[in-house]
Design a protein around this ligand. Structure first.
Ligand SMILES: N[C@@H](CCC(=O)N[C@@H](CS)C(=O)NCC(=O)O)C(=O)O
Length: 234
């Protein structure tokens, strides 16, 4: 069977992995998950106990969660090195380093802002504290990322890799939460413009908002979440 990639909307970090699947170009299917309405139930929890996206149903029918694990699964099959590098190369090491930074501290910095947004009945002072702490954390992680960006067009070298796709789904949260002044991070701003101009990223964004872009043909179709749960949930 072809792998099925479950990605979340709105504004899921998993948008980047949709672009990665498309860039690898091997047959895959997609399942678009409404994160606000379709994950907080027992059925979805049988697919992913953390009730999050992304989730991958592998070609063997196994359920694999966590962005880093799914990216590693994809890199191991990216034999034409369209989105990754030889695993023993220095470029692969740097790619893994940047992905780990983005998937841990950079992504986690936004947590207080999401908590504040989704909070119900919290006191104004609690919300203010969450906003203040969240913005400080996001600014600090932006400073660190800006310092880690080199002089290459993309995070590692001159082409899109898993490091860039890991970043792009999350980086846009800065605007959504109005957490930073983007002009303060010129390297990141230029990098994001280049990543966002990539056809596979534009494809992934279109898929995320429910459009049906043509793509490369590697995506063999969309599967409803109910069908995925029926076939693959524990
Ligand atoms: N550690 C997980 C985190 C995944 C994650 O936080 N997913 C978010 C969307 S970007 C989610 O599903 N949030 C829904 C929720 O927490 O309610 C990974 O890297 O895959």
């Amino acid at each position: 069977m072809e792998p099925i990639f479950l990605h979340g909307f709105p504004l899921g970090s998993s948008m980047g992995l949709v672009a990665a699947f498309e860039q690898v170009g091997q047959p895959y299917r997609l399942c678009r998950v409404d994160m606000l309405n379709e994950m907080k139930n027992d059925a979805y929890a049988r697919l992913n106990g953390r009730q999050e996206t992304p989730v991958l149903i592998t070609d063997k029918g196994a359920v694999l969660t966590e962005t880093m694990a799914i990216a590693a699964w994809l890199a191991a099959r990216d034999t034409h090195r369209r989105i990754s590098f030889d695993p023993r190369s220095p470029e692969a090491d740097r790619m893994q380093q940047l992905m780990a930074f983005v998937n841990t501290g950079f992504t986690a910095a936004f947590t207080p802002l999401w908590v504040a947004l989704e909070a119900e009945g919290e006191k104004p002072e609690t919300l203010e504290l969450l906003h203040e702490f969240g913005r400080k954390s996001v600014v600090e992680r932006h400073e660190k990322l800006e310092a880690m960006i080199g002089d290459t067009p993309f995070l590692v070298g001159d082409r899109l890799t898993l490091a860039d796709t890991t970043l792009i789904g999350v980086a846009r949260w800065a605007e959504f939460h109005q957490a930073v002044d983007g002009r303060a991070y010129p390297k990141l701003a230029a990098l994001r413009r280049r990543i966002e101009a990539e056809p596979v990223v534009q494809y992934a964004v279109a898929i995320e908002i429910g459009e049906t872009p043509a793509g490369s043909g590697a995506c063999l179709g969309h599967i409803p979440l109910a069908d995925v749960i029926k076939r693959f949930a524990a």
